[in-house]
Design a protein around this ligand. Sequence first.
Ligand SMILES: NC(=O)c1ccc[n+]([C@@H]2O[C@H](COP(=O)([O-])OP(=O)(O)OC[C@H]3O[C@@H](n4cnc5c(N)ncnc54)[C@H](OP(=O)(O)O)[C@@H]3O)[C@@H](O)[C@H]2O)c1
Length: 265
Amino acid sequence: MSTASRLSTNPALPQDLIGRVAVVTGASSGMGRATALLLASRGAKVALLARRQPQLDELAAEISRQGGQALAIATDVTDAASVEAAAAAVLREFGNADLVFNNAGLMLPGAIGQQPAKEWETQIDLNVTGAMRVVQAFVPQLEAAAAEGRVVDLINTSSIASQYVYGYFAVYSATKAFVSHLVRHLRLELGPKNIRVSVIEPGITDTELQGHFTFQGAIDWIKNAAQSIDFLKAEDIAATVGFIVSQPKHVNLQQVVIMPTKEGI
Ligand SMILES: NC(=O)c1ccc[n+]([C@@H]2O[C@H](COP(=O)([O-])OP(=O)(O)OC[C@H]3O[C@@H](n4cnc5c(N)ncnc54)[C@H](OP(=O)(O)O)[C@@H]3O)[C@@H](O)[C@H]2O)c1
């Protein structure tokens, strides 16, 4: 189930993350993929977690071609056993993780009472329970890394939707409000252990996310928005994660909102 690529680094790239062990969930596309590439390019060993093994293998091969090191681990973050197995694989292959990008997520807008139950259930299972499963599985490794004096980050992807009210986004927005508020509490518990905890709240970003919509109102909304707004790119989110992890050890960027310039609320 896992693919380890060769151990080396690219001397042409900044190598400020050498020695760090990163875990990226949702690494098979979008923000996770771009962030995994960035972290690996700066010298981190990166564990790639998502369900689609072919995409993870392709990404691990690309990182390897660029001189980095990656481990592709097919993982369903809604499945406790799958996440625990992934954590064990990371520990075995790379040692304790010191950087977790808890990012896998799904957005399915829909009208309350009309949306198929499976759609809201899946969002809660992934964005809430899945995010917590990742926290549960990797916090022991983050604590161990912090106890060794290493720089440690737990970065979580929420959304600008966590802060505002958008028609037909009730469940998605509520799942992301969970993530943002969870981070405030995690910081309270983990900060004293020298673990930095951050939340990123992006606006519209051009990824596969909107390709899963089934609600016509949302399909029309995103098509119209694309006419007037230059959406964020996955690489913009990766650069934000890169900035967070490059801070001095005593600096924790708790909450970062990143928006397309032309997107209102
Ligand atoms: N794009 C936006 O406009 C936007 C804005 C704000 C926040 N966000 C948030 O950003 C995060 C990343 O989304 P994205 O925009 O990069 O979308 P994306 O390209 O669709 O990426 C979502 C990732 O989550 C993974 N995933 C889905 N279900 C999973 C599961 N059960 N177990 C493990 N991994 C799973 C997918 O991989 P597999 O299918 O291979 O499992 C994929 O790699 C999400 O939390 C999303 O809510 C997105």
